[in-house]
Write a protein that binds this ligand. Structure first.
Ligand code: PMP
Length: 328
């Protein structure tokens, strides 16, 4: 019987589900007082679930806008609650730096502060976790989860769509501190209510069982690689050599200040956008795919998630050098 055929309530699937959760807890050193939920609806679903679960109908929340996804998270929360405010907004696009914590206008009585730990489109990341005191910090970690160690204790909630470092699209992981459960505003649909989902082991309704199973296999693979700390070393090396190649080139450039550069998503532009098409066609011929930047900002983007081997980054760097030699 395939996992696809199993009942989500049966003992066979329960074992698969629990093993995956246990492995994720081990990989991220998730403390016991945090619930780990395996949900549907993607990270954007959580853009809505976060305010529904944490601030009720008339509570407040502060958002730090650092790029495309933080802005989208703020826009969605604003649709659901009137007390949602911008604590700080970086300038962009292009976004080149995370504004320093000292300048953020945080309200001490806010229900939470929201950040996007890694901006997938803009290629920006928080170099460290900002201190928000007693106000729970909520972070979208879609494009950085499992790519580097994250100190879960510093957050009230972490959430991530699975499709980058976890497994297939259709699964969303939410890690929430126990004391933040049970605050959902009246009228919150049960499948969006973290407390309901925690109580049912994320099986209030049928979860994406096959995606959950595959996520468990990816967690096992990552454990075999030595875990998050080990893959973080590889990720740092991959990113460092790609940024070095860009910085040492006259044709390619990246405008993010080095301190804030993402290790997972490396956007870059060509000196002449007229060369973009030729660059992409040549890349494809070399087996280098998906380099076109997000339509929101254009240019190129190399997403070098855990699944991208270092040899893939080396191949890209070689191709870029060849292309520059021919066109520089
Ligand atoms: N947040 C971030 C940081 C993302 O990278 C993405 C998707 N690329 C999203 C949110 C939206 O996620 P989803 O498509 O899973 O809703």
């Amino acid at each position: 019987m395939s996992v696809m055929e199993m009942s989500h309530r049966g003992s066979e699937f329960r074992e698969i589900a629990q093993a995956a959760e246990a492995r994720l807890r081990e990989l991220m050193a998730i403390p016991d007082d945090y619930a780990v939920l395996f949900l549907q609806g993607g990270a954007m679903g959580q853009f809505a679930a976060v305010p529904m679960n944490l601030i009720g109908a008339d509570g407040t929340a502060d958002y730090v806008l650092t790029g495309h996804w933080a802005k989208r998270a703020y826009a969605e929360a604003s649709r659901l609650a009137s007390g949602v405010r911008i604590a700080e907004a970086a300038e962009g696009p292009p976004f080149t730096a995370i504004p320093p914590r000292a300048g953020w206008e945080l309200r001490p009585d806010a229900g939470y502060v929201h950040i996007t730990l890694n901006e997938t489109i803009d290629g920006l990341a928080f170099p460290d976790v900002p201190d928000t005191g007693d106000v729970p910090l909520v972070a979208d970690v879609s494009s950085i989860i499992l790519g580097q160690p994250i100190d879960v204790r510093k957050f009230g909630v972490l959430y991530a769509g699975a499709q980058k470092n976890i497994g297939p699209a259709g699964l969303t992981v939410v890690i929430v501190r126990g004391d933040l459960l049970g605050r959902a505003r009246p009228g919150t649909p049960a499948v969006w209510d973290w407390a309901e989902m925690a109580k049912s082991g994320s099986r209030l309704n049928t979860p994406p069982t096959f995606g959950w199973y595959l996520a468990g296999l990816v967690f096992d693979w990552l454990a075999d690689q030595g875990g998050v700390a080990s893959i973080a070393v590889v990720n740092r090396r991959k990113a460092a050599k790609l940024y070095a190649a860009i910085d040492n080139s006259a044709l390619f450039s990246n405008s993010v200040e080095p301190e804030f550069r993402s290790r997972m998503n490396v956007p870059f532009t060509l000196a002449s956008p007229g060369l973009d098409g030729e660059f992409l066609t040549g890349a494809k011929t070399d087996g280098l795919l998906n380099l076109k930047g997000h339509q929101a900002i254009g240019g190129m983007r190399a997403s070098i998630y855990n699944a991208m081997p270092e040899s893939g980054v080396d191949a890209l760097i070689d191709y870029m050098a060849e292309f520059e030699a021919a066109h520089g």
